[in-house]
Write a protein that binds this ligand. Structure first.
Ligand SMILES: N[C@@H](CCC[C@H](N)C(=O)O)C(=O)O
Length: 290
């Protein structure tokens, strides 16, 4: 029958990033990529990421969270999705702090500084070419050799590369809306330099405290917001010494506050999470799923 038939879900969004949250802590059946794609199909519930809470594997954690993109692939990190999960849990239990496990490791999350804001400690970024990963050695991933368009007049070039638990490439531009990201995004996401594909972001540094971005998400396409991309961009800009370690990021769907903390190098992401509606998956949705 599968894990999701008849299962209740919450449709939410993290500043426009479309999120579906499913609590499967009482079940031991894993969600398959085919089921995730069936949910994302036109007859189902549109999402960028499906956040699935499974039984905790580690003491002191609330759940092990698996994250599915709408193409059925799995991601280790999803900042906006985490805020949605956290809001659901806090409203149900009255908790104000929690630790989750994801494939990227342990994530501490808490409420505040205002009651409608949720902070996720996204952990420390990684910069090594094998950690991102990139297909070939780059000693300095602040700027890697990669371009798209004519060789003598590239349209986009020399991105920064960062892992926030998932791979990101950030192209620095003067106007994030001046590029056809729907066309260049898939080409760059699947470029051979990214053996595990990558999330592709266009970023404009407004000033040392403020950056504007647009993102093409690996496995999900154009989104109104990508939290891990906001974190990756903040870190990449600070590494290039073009921005401070505390910045506001403007995304098409809203604002995120990002702090790349001194000392432990962890990246803290703060923003809102919006509840839209609750529902139950129609079993017919999964009738063709093995
Ligand atoms: N929307 C997310 C990132 C989603 C994961 C990404 N598509 C991937 O496969 O790495 C966020 O808010 O961080």
């Amino acid at each position: 029958m599968g894990a999701l038939a008849n299962q209740s879900f919450a449709k939410m969004n993290g500043i426009g990033n479309e999120i579906v949250v499913v609590d499967l802590r009482a079940s031991s059946i894993p969600v398959t990529p085919e089921e995730a794609r069936a949910v994302a199909s036109p007859a189902g519930v549109h999402f960028d990421q499906l956040m699935v809470l499974q039984k905790p594997r580690l003491k002191g954690t609330e759940a092990f969270i698996r994250i599915y993109n709408n193409d059925g692939s799995e991601a280790a990190a999803c900042g906006n999705g985490m805020r949605c999960v956290v809001r659901q849990l806090f409203e149900a239990t009255g908790q104000t702090a929690v630790t989750f496990e994801t494939k990227a490791g342990l994530l501490n999350c808490w409420q505040g500084p205002a009651s409608d804001l949720y902070t996720v400690d996204m952990g420390a970024p990684k910069f090594g070419w094998q950690d991102i990963p990139l297909a070939e050695e780059f000693r300095d991933t602040r700027s890697i050799e990669l371009q798209i368009g004519p060789i003598d007049a590239p349209v986009l070039h020399t991105p920064s590369a960062v892992s926030m638990g998932n791979p990101h490439a950030i192209f620095w531009v003067d106007d994030v809306n001046a590029y056809d990201l729907g066309r260049f995004g898939p080409l760059l996401e699947n470029h051979p330099i990214f053996p595990e594909r990558a999330n592709i972001t266009l970023a404009h540094i407004v000033d040392r405290d403020h950056i504007t971005i647009r993102t093409w998400e690996r496995g999900a396409g154009l989104t109104k917001a990508c939290g891990s991309a906001a974190c990756a961009t903040a870190v990449a800009a600070a590494r290039l010494k073009r921005a401070n370690r505390i910045v506001n990021i403007t995304l098409p769907g809203g604002e995120l506050a990002i702090e790349w903390r001194e000392g432990d190098d962890h990246v803290l992401m703060t923003g809102t999470a919006t509840f839209e509606y609750e529902g139950r998956f129609d079993p017919a949705l999964f009738s063709s799923v093995a």
